[in-house]
Design a protein around this ligand. Structure first.
Ligand SMILES: Cc1cc2nc3c(=O)[nH]c(=O)nc-3n(C[C@H](O)[C@H](O)[C@H](O)COP(=O)(O)O)c2cc1C
Length: 170
C-alpha cells in the first residue's frame, strides 16, 4: 500500500510542514512537500508536462493507493499552492483512493474552511474523502514545532480510522 502525504504549505518554516512530516512518519508514507518540490503555476500547456517537478508529482500520484492532504488555512480556504498542485492531476489519480484531510490554522476557530474546501475539491477529483478530519491549532505545537502529546493521541486515532478504511485485500 503506497500512501502519499501532500504538504500544502509554500512556507518552509510553516507549521503545516511539521504536521505533514509527522503524519508521513507515522504512516511510513511518501511526502510531497510543496515548499521544496515547487511546481510551476498551472497554465494547461503541453510544455509543462515535461517539467521535472510536474513529472515527478504526477508519477508519484499515479503510483499512490491512498492520500493525505495537509493544507494551511489561508484567507478562509486551502492554500493556493495545494490547489495549484491539484490542477496538474485528474480523476484518474484519485478515483477510488481513500483521502484524508488535515488543516493547520492560525487559531480563533479557523481551519474548518480549508478542510471543507478540500472536501469540495476532492469530490471534483473523484477522491474517496474520509469523513474523519482534523484541524491543528497553534496550541497543538510545542516551542520546537513538534506536536504535543495530547494532539498526537488525537492524531493517532484519526490515522487508525484511515487505516481501517482501506479495502481488505486477500
Ligand atoms: C496569507 C495568510 C492567510 C491566513 N489566513 C488565515 C485564516 O483565514 N484563518 C486562519 O485560521 N489562519 C490563517 N492564517 C494563519 C495560518 O493558518 C497559520 O500560519 C498556520 O500556521 C498555517 O500556515 P503555515 O503552514 O504557513 O504555517 C493565515 C496565514 C497567512 C500567511
Amino acid at each position: 500500500m503506497n500512501i502519499t502525504v501532500i504538504s500544502g504549505t509554500p512556507r518552509k518554516q510553516g507549521r503545516t510542514r511539521q504536521a505533514a512530516t509527522k503524519v508521513a512518519e507515522k504512516l511510513q508514507a511518501s511526502l510531497i512537500d510543496l515548499s521544496e518540490d515547487q511546481l510551476p503555476l498551472f497554465d494547461g500547456t503541453k510544455q509543462q508536462e515535461h517539467h521535472p517537478a510536474v513529472m515527478k508529482f504526477k508519477k508519484t500520484a499515479a503510483e499512490t493507493d491512498a492520500f493525505v492532504w495537509v493544507s494551511p488555512e489561508y484567507h478562509n480556504g486551502m492554500s493556493g499552492a495545494l490547489k495549484n498542485a491539484l490542477e496538474f492531476l485528474d480523476g484518474s489519480h484519485f478515483k477510488g483512493k481513500t483521502t484524508l484531510l488535515f488543516s493547520v490554522c492560525g487559531g480563533g476557530k479557523g481551519g474548518i474552511n480549508a478542510v471543507n474546501q478540500m472536501r469540495t475539491v476532492g469530490r471534483g477529483l473523484y477522491a474517496m474523502i474520509l469523513p474523519q478530519q482534523m484541524v491543528f491549532d497553534p496550541e497543538d505545537f510545542d516551542a520546537e514545532g513538534g506536536i504535543k502529546k495530547g494532539t498526537e493521541d488525537r492524531l493517532d486515532s484519526v490515522l487508525a480510522e484511515f487505516h481501517q478504511s482501506f479495502p481488505v485485500t486477500n
